[in-house]
Design a protein. Sequence first.
Length: 62
Amino acid sequence: MPRPIINEDECSACGICVDTCPNGVLEIVGDAAEPVHDENCDGCAACMEDCPMGAITEIEED
């Protein structure tokens, strides 16, 4: 199962990734995006591609 990882030092909390994610995985929590519903991630990588700060990576977990 893929899971987005947010580099909180790089994230500007702009919300673009939240709006881009078709599965509602991400939300802005405090000063950064957070994968609050990472079980819904299908690995499409839209959040990584659209993040203007390059703050999102994705890992594969079993």
